[in-house]
Design a protein around this ligand. Structure first.
Ligand SMILES: C[S@@+](CC[C@H](N)C(=O)[O-])C[C@H]1O[C@@H](n2cnc3c(N)ncnc32)[C@H](O)[C@@H]1O
Ligand code: SF4
Length: 390
C-alpha cells in the first residue's frame, strides 16, 4: 500500500496566452478566461473528491498548467484556503506555481507569495531567439532572464523557498554549446533547481503536423543523447545534482511534490485534465483523469457531478510495475524495501533475478544500499532498461 502520512494536491489551470507548437497538455487560449467560474468548479470538485477520503495534513500543492500564473492570486489563495480548512496545510508545505515569462508581473508575484505560494517554476525553455521562435514561445530571452532575476530576488528576500526553471533540449539545430550557454546563464545567477526535458514530438500538436509536412526537421537522437549526458557537468558549477533523469537541484531544493509522485504516494488532483491517485478498498488505489475540455468540466461540476474521463484500478502488481518505472528514473534508484512492502518479497526477488538473467547488472543497473539504480552510462537507455524490467 502507498504510504499516506500526508497528502499532495495537484491543481490544473488550463489556459495560456498562446499555444506552443510542441505542447500536448490540457490547455487552450480564450478571449475571456472564466476565472471565477473555474475557481468555484475546482473548489466544488475538491469538496466532492474529499468526501470519500480520509483527511491528513497537506505537505505539497502544485498549481500546474497551462499557465496558472494567469489565474490570479485571489483565486490561488482561495484554493489554498480551502485545502487548509479541509485537512490543514502543513506549516512547511511546499506550494508551487508554474509561471511563464510574460505572464506574471512583479505585483502578481508579491500577491501570490502573500496567498501562500512559496516556490515558482518558470518555463524558460531556451535563451536563444531562434529556438524560442521555433517553439512558438511568447517571450524572448531578455524577458525570461528578467523574470528569473525577479524570482531570485524574491527568493533571496525570503519571500519564496525555492525557484525552478524549465528548459527544453534536443531542439533541432540546437548545439551543445547553446545548451551550455543557457544552463550557465541560469546556474551562474544562482537558480537552485532546473528541469531539463528532451523535446518530445506529441501527436496532434502543430509541431507534429509541421514535421509531417516536412517543414521542420525532426530532433536528432544523437544530439539529444549528447545533451542528456552533458547536463550533470553543465549544472555542476551551480552545485546542482541530478536527482531524476530530467531534474537537477542544489541539496534541499528537490521538488517534494514530484518525489511524492515517484514514490507512488496517493495524491488528489482537481481541474481540467488533472490526473489523481486516491485510495480504494482492496487495491493500492484508483487513478483518475478529468475531462480535458474546460466547458465540459465546468458544466459537469456545476451539476454536482465529477468530470472524470477515465478511472483505472491499481492493484499491487500494477503499482509495483509503476514503482520500477519511476524508481529507475531517479538517481537514488528503486527502493527495494518499499517495493517489497507493496508487492511482497517474491516480486523483488523476481525483479533482481530478471536484471541478472538479462545481463543488466553491472552494465545498466547496480544494486546499492538496498536500491536498484541505473548506472551513469545507462541514462540514454533508460526506456529500454525499464521495458526489460517492468
Ligand atoms: C506544460 S508546461 C507548463 C508550464 C508553462 N506553461 C510553460 O510553458 O512554461 C510544463 C513544462 O513541460 C515541458 N514540456 C511541455 N511539452 C513538452 C514537450 N513536448 N517536450 C518536452 N518538454 C515539454 C516544458 O518544459 C514546460 O515548461
Ligand atoms: S508549454 Fe506551457 S505556455 Fe506553452 S501551451 Fe503548453 S502549457 Fe501553455
Amino acid at each position: 500500500m502507498p504510504r499516506q502520512g500526508a497528502w499532495s494536491v495537484y491543481v490544473h489551470f488550463p489556459w495560456c496566452l498562446k499555444r506552443c507548437a510542441y505542447c500536448d497538455f490540457a490547455t487552450s487560449v480564450a478571449d475571456r478566461i472564466p476565472r471565477g467560474e473555474y475557481t468555484a468548479a475546482v473548489l466544488a470538485e475538491l469538496e466532492m473528491r474529499t468526501a470519500a477520503i480520509q483527511a491528513a495534513p497537506v505537505a505539497t500543492v502544485f498549481f500546474g498548467g497551462g499557465t496558472p500564473s494567469l489565474w490570479g492570486a485571489r483565486h490561488v489563495g482561495a484554493v489554498l484556503e480551502w485545502i487548509d480548512q479541509w485537512a490543514g496545510l502543513r506549516a512547511d508545505a511546499e506550494v508551487t506555481l508554474e509561471a511563464n515569462p510574460g505572464a506574471a508581473e512583479t505585483g502578481d508575484l508579491q500577491d501570490y507569495a502573500a496567498a501562500g505560494v512559496n516556490r515558482v517554476s518558470l518555463g524558460v525553455q531556451s535563451l536563444h531567439a531562434r529556438h524560442l521562435r521555433w517553439l512558438d514561445r511568447i517571450h524572448d530571452a531578455a524577458d525570461a532572464l528578467a523574470a528569473v532575476d525577479r524570482l531570485l530576488e524574491f527568493n533571496a528576500a525570503g519571500r519564496l523557498r525555492s525557484v525552478s526553471v524549465d528548459l527544453i533540449f534536443g531542439i533541432p539545430g540546437q548545439t551543445l554549446g547553446q545548451l551550455r550557454a543557457d544552463v550557465a546563464a541560469l546556474v551562474d545567477r544562482g537558480v537552485p533547481h532546473l528541469s531539463a526535458y528532451a523535446l518530445t514530438v506529441e501527436e496532434r500538436t502543430p509541431l507534429h503536423a509541421r514535421m509531417a509536412r516536412g517543414e521542420v526537421r525532426a530532433p536528432s537522437d544523437a544530439a539529444t543523447v549528447r545533451q542528456l549526458m552533458a547536463l550533470p557537468g553543465l549544472v555542476a558549477s551551480g552545485g546542482l545534482l541530478r536527482y531524476e533523469v530530467s531534474n537537477f537541484a542544489r541539496p534541499g531544493h528537490e521538488s517534494r511534490h514530484n518525489q511524492a509522485y515517484w514514490r507512488g504516494d496517493h495524491y488528489l488532483a482537481a481541474g481540467v485534465g488533472a490526473h489523481g491517485f486516491v485510495p480504494a478498498p482492496q487495491l493500492c488505489g484508483v487513478r483518475y483523469a478529468n475531462s480535458r475540455h474546460s466547458g465540459q468540466y465546468i458544466d459537469r461540476i456545476a451539476q454536482r457531478q465529477l468530470a472524470t474521463e477515465f478511472e483505472e484500478p491499481i492493484d499491487a502488481a500494477t503499482h509495483a510495475t509503476e514503482r520500477v518505472m519511476t524508481g529507475l528514473r531517479t538517481a537514488a534508484g528503486l527502493d527495494l524495501a518499499a517495493l517489497e512492502s507493496i508487492a511482497g518479497p517474491a516480486v523483488v526477488d523476481r525483479l533482481v533475478a530478471r536484471a541478472r538473467d538479462r545481463g543488466l547488472v553491472g552494465r545498466d543497473v547496480v544494486v546499492v544500499d538496498g536500491h536498484l539504480r541505473l548506472s551513469e552510462a545507462a541514462w540514454p537507455r533508460l526506456d529500454g532498461v525499464v521495458r526489460a524490467l517492468a
